[in-house]
Each structure stands twice: as C-alpha cells, then as structure tokens.
Design a protein around this ligand. Sequence first.
Ligand SMILES: [Zn+2]
Length: 489
Amino acid sequence: MKEEKQIQLAFTNKEDEEYVLKFKSIYEHKHLLIGAKKEILKDKFKDDIKLCRFCSKSETEVSFKQVTHVIPQLLKKAKPISNFECDECNAKFSKFETDFSNYYLLHRAMFGHTKKSGGIAKLKTKDGVEIQGVRKTKENLKQFNLSEEEAEQFLNSNHKLVRLLADEEDEGINVSDNGDIISIEVVRPTYKPLNVYRTFLKIALSMIPQDEYQHYKSMLNILNNDYEDMQPELFCFLQHILPKYNSYFSIPMVAHWNRSEDDEKQPQKVFALYMDNKILQIPIFSDNDFDRIFVKGEKYTIPTVPAILNPIVLINNDQDFEFHKELSSLKFQHIDFSGIDKVKGEKDQITITKDFNIRVETKNISIIESEEIEEFLEEQLWGFNLFPEFIEYNKVDLKIIFILKIPIDNTKYVHIKSGSFYQIENSNKKDIVKDLGFIADLLAASMEHTYKMFLQKFPQYDKIEVRSFSKIHFHSHIEDQLKEKGLLE
Ligand SMILES: [Zn+2]
C-alpha cells in the first residue's frame, strides 16, 4: 500500500474555460445543501426501525433522540438535519468538530461566526491578542468615527465588524506603517488533522443518496477508525481562498458532484464546501475506485470543482462576471489532514490589504439631445455636468451629462448632449474627490462616446474634424463642480 503515486491537480482559472467544460462533461451536479434551509436528509428504514449510517447500529441498540445536523452547528447554525445519525455517533462527530473549529478559529473569529454554545467565536492568544466579530448594530457602530449617513450605509452593506485587541509589540500582529495592511499571525489551538477532514467527510457521507451508500465502505472506515498507513492521497483536502476578506458565501453550502462519465481515472464524487471566502473540497472514492487506485495502484486525477461553478451560479443559473473575475487564476492549496497525532503550536495567519481596486461598471450611455443649429460657431465647445450620488457604503453612482458643440460650416453647428451612467464600487466620497484623474478618465470616455454618437447620428459629417481634449483640461472644471456640490473644500 505504500508505493508513490502521482496526484495531478487540475487547477482552474478564468482563461481555462476548457477545464470547466471538461469538468462538466465528467461530473454532474447532484445536490446543493444550503445552510439556511431546513432540509431533512432521510433514509427509508425496513420496518421503520432506524439504522445509523455511520455505525450500522439499529434503534434497538442505540438511541436516536438528538437532532442531528448535517453541517456542523459551528458553521452559522446551519439548519439541514438527518434521520440516520445515532446519538453515539453524533457525540463522536461533535469531537471531530472541535478540531475543525480549532483549525479554523482565526477564520471564524475574523468572520464573526457564532459558537455552538452561543456568543461569537473569539480568538485569544497567550500574549493577549484578541480577535472577535462584533454584531453589526447601531449601538456597536457608535464607537467608530462614522457619520450618521455612513453608519446607516454600513449597516445595510455586507461589510463585517471585527474587534482586534492587541499592542503593536504583540508578536503575531503586524500593522504596516500606513495602516493599509494588517497581517495577523496567531498560534492555532491544538487540533487533530484527521478530524478536521472527518468533519467534512461526515457531511459528504450524509449527502450520498441511500441507494448508493453501500458502495462507500472504505470512506466510512476512515470516518470511524484511526489506522496506520493512511494514504494522504486518499483524503486529499483542497482549499481555495478567495482574494478578499469578504463573506462571498455568507451561508455555508455544500455541493455534491457525481461522476456521470465512466472516466474511471477520477473519483466517483467530489464535494465542495463554501464558507465565507473559502471553498473546501474533498474527493469521495467509491469502494470500486478504492480498489483500482489504492489496491491495484492505477493512475488517477483529483478533479477540482471549478470555482466558477459555485452556488451563486448553481442557484441563480447565471454567472456574475464581476465576481468571477476575482476567481480567476487562483490556486488551490493542498492541505494534508492525514495525521492522527495532535498538532500543537502551528501558526495561522491572515493578511488584509485595503482594497484599492476601484471598479467601474458602465450602466448606460445614451444621447439626450442632438440637433443642427443654424448659427455660426467659431470653435468647438464642450461642457459637462457631474452628478455623483453616494448610494450605499463604498458605492457611488456617477451620472455625467456631456455636451459637444461642433461647427460644421459658416452657417451651422451640431449640438449633441449625452448622458453616461457609471456605477463605481469600492469608492466613497473621500476616494472620489481625492482622485480627480479618475473622474477625468470617465469624462474622457464620455466625450469619446458622445463623439461616436455624433458620427452615428450625422454620418454626413464624418469628414468634420473633431478635436479631442486632453484630460488635464477637465481638472479645474471637475474641481469647481465638486466644490459647488459641497464635496470639495
Ligand atoms: Zn451510529
């Protein structure tokens, strides 16, 4: 059982559309378990006598009194439950979950997860560093230096509040000079690696349909028994960390993918667990796979569910391209959770960088007015009006009315007025007035569009020379308008 085997990890990125197609040609999406939905996973029992999926004991030997959750309660009090987990197994799995919770404690504290016993997960290190999520309430926001309007916008956003209590001298906390980067390194509480994996394995085994379940005895064996010679490849655990400290998946969700093609070089099933900014994945080998791969030593590949096929896409059946840009060229991390010995003193770290990537989405550009005016105009003129609106926290709507007056000959000119509507993300009042060059860029784009519309509307004037203006011309005018609107002093 010990020979070396090559695992080929198939990574996905935005360019790699082929991989997505290939994955979809082999794997079929079976089931999405949603943490916020009260779903009951049910087995049918012979003579109505309950049988535990995990220890195979029946109601005559063990009790089934507890409400047994499929996704651990420590993941945002997830609601799905099952009817096939006995109280003994439930108690055993609860211990596994403690290891999972310890392994992900920094994550849980940073994302404000609630504890099983109530309250919010808190990380406390020996030298006194404390990290804990804070509930987003008006009262709690008072301690921050926010205007009433900003506080209101924050409450309605999906931004999180986390309290970090530390001295700069504390080891494990690094704050960069300008306050734009916080790097937190802490000692992870002691955990048993295999149990972290088992927490996920139990969810996966619970989601396998009853009529297929009998084919997964080898995986069940890993759930129930510690044994020497565990092959790390067998419980290949992959983690994908999305680029931002952002709860992309605010509800924990688990997706089940099943091999539909007879491509036996890949495991029968893949499960993906989505939590906040992480995607965790494990392959599930059928006993048949197990025999081929681990006994006979056949070559195989571990597939990864393309990040682009996440629950947001599965539920909405629609791709959010802005979001998926963030998922491109990310690599999976392979974590070895095969150890059965406790791991003490391991470091965990998170780095948060202020997001300077202002994103602009062009919502609409159109002509408002266009006419030929019988009047001599000496030279080309332009003008614009800016209408910024601060709609919610870190989001600005910017409407630009752009006017061009283009002389045609000695008797007439064309007057054209366009409206451009941009939505700017990751930007607030301060950012937008700080960087006039940014608005100048949008104005230049608006002017360009207005000129194109002029050509569309008046193709007979395509020989007319239209001067374009250097962006720097716009600056003083932008300044004047922002001052007029009270946005700039
Ligand atoms: Zn049991």
